[in-house]
Structure formats: C-alpha cells, structure tokens
Design a protein around this ligand. Structure first.
Ligand code: GLN
Length: 236
C-alpha cells in the first residue's frame, strides 16, 4: 500500500505534507506506522499543487525513492498552494515501476492517487486506455473519464470504487483526488485519517502525519468530501 496525503486551506508549501511534520510522507516512505501491505514505499513518489497565477495544476513525480531526490526539500518549500496532494509508492507485485505508474495521475486540474490494488478485469471495462498498465493508472483514467463526462468529483470516485470493488471483492480502493477547490477521498480496504481541528485548513492522509490528537480515523467504505465549507463523510 502506498501512503498519500492532501491539504485544503490557506496556501502552504508541499513540505507541510512531506518533511515538516514528524511523520510526513518522507518518513512514511521508510517508516510508516499503519501500513498493512508492503513495508517500504520506495518505488517512486509524486506531488501536485496549483500555480497561484494561472490556477493550473502542476505535477512532479519520479520513480525513485523520495529520500534520494536531493532537489526535493527546496522544491517542496517553494511549491505553495491552497490545495496540495502527495504520495509515496510501494508498487503492487506485477506492476511496473515507472513515472507513468506513479501518483498523482493528472488530467487538467484533476490530480489523483490510489492506495491499494485491484484486478485488471475490474477496471478495464470502465475506460478504453490508461497511461500505464498499473492498476492505479486505470482507476485514475476511469475517474477522469467520468469527470470529463460531467460527474462531480465525489460522484466519479464513488462510482468507480463501488463498481471495481464489487467486481473484485478483494480489491482495495482508497483514492485521494483534488481539483484545486475540493479534496475527495474514499476508504475501501485501508486506513484514512482527517485532521480538521486545531488549524485553519484540512489534512487528509492514509495515516496521521503527526501525533496531534486532532487526527480522526475515517470508517471503511466512506466518501470524504473536503470543501472550504468543511468536511462531509458519506457512506459508499
Ligand atoms: N497498486 C498501486 C501501484 O502499484 C498502488 C500500490 C499501493 O497502494 N501500494 O502503484
């Protein structure tokens, strides 16, 4: 299982997800505390944010361990936005290790990460093509196709997760996505935590980035929607 995290609130640097908090994603890449599948997230990493001038999504991803990118700490401090997403990857057995298999997957303003695994047959009927043979790339392509067809982000996540999860009862489909104004996430087989108290924005992550008591677990099979208006949690 990979680990992923997002922020919605006043502009912050990506360092707020990666290396500022004690258990940020850099630490979680080699010492996650709640990971049940896989032990080390060394098969790549990625992050996305929104350019303050144009509002366009910017993405940076590599297929190397996050701790080996010496340029990252400076970039993560400078890349500031009110909507941030980042992920570290532990490739599922049989999946390629390449940039195109690494989250966040992107389509216009949409950025998406998949924490889990799902059988190919369960997602390939949902969309014609994906940028990689990796299951996560197919899941992302299926969500993007639905949003392009007019579905709200949360509905698109819910539809893809319930469809794929029903076709593959062993599938694990924790998704995390954003569009610059909303963060949406699903729980389907793995942990997810939200921290929306004690600060001016909302953090969502596979596992807490710090020991702050304000981190709350999200029950399984839920859709989480974070907007400037607050956090909504709905059953899937
Ligand atoms: N199955 C996805 C991949 O191979 C996600 C892996 C994970 O959550 N560890 O990239």
């Amino acid at each position: 299982m990979c680990r992923h995290a997002a922020w919605l609130g006043p502009p912050r640097g990506l360092a707020a997800l990666l290396d500022e908090p004690e258990h940020g994603l850099v630490r979680q890449s080699y010492a996650p505390r709640m990971q049940r599948h896989g032990m080390v997230n060394a098969d790549g990493f990625g992050m996305g944010w929104y350019d303050p001038a144009s509002g366009e999504a910017v993405r940076y991803r590599r297929s190397i361990p996050i701790w080996t990118d010496a340029n990252l700490p400076g970039l993560a401090r400078a890349a500031r936005s009110g909507c941030l997403i980042a992920a570290v990857r532990s490739a599922t057995i049989g999946m390629p290790i390449e940039e195109s298999a690494t989250a966040p997957f992107a389509d216009g303003r949409l950025l998406l990460s998949h924490n889990g695994r799902v059988r190919a047959e369960a997602v390939r009927s949902l969309v014609d093509s994906a940028e990689s043979t990796c299951d996560a790339a197919w899941v992302a392509a299926a969500v993007f196709a639905r949003v392009r067809g007019g579905a709200p982000l949360g509905d698109a996540l819910a539809e893809v997760v319930t469809h794929a999860g029903t076709k593959d009862p062993e599938g694990r489909l924790n998704l995390l996505a954003c569009d610059g104004a909303t963060v949406a996430a699903t729980t389907w087989g793995d942990t997810l935590y939200v921290d929306d108290t004690g600060q001016d924005g909302v953090l969502v992550a596979s596992e807490p980035l710090s020991d702050r008591p304000s981190w709350r677990p999200v029950p399984d099979r839920r859709l989480v929607l974070v907007t400037p208006g607050g956090v909504r949690v709905e059953p899937l």
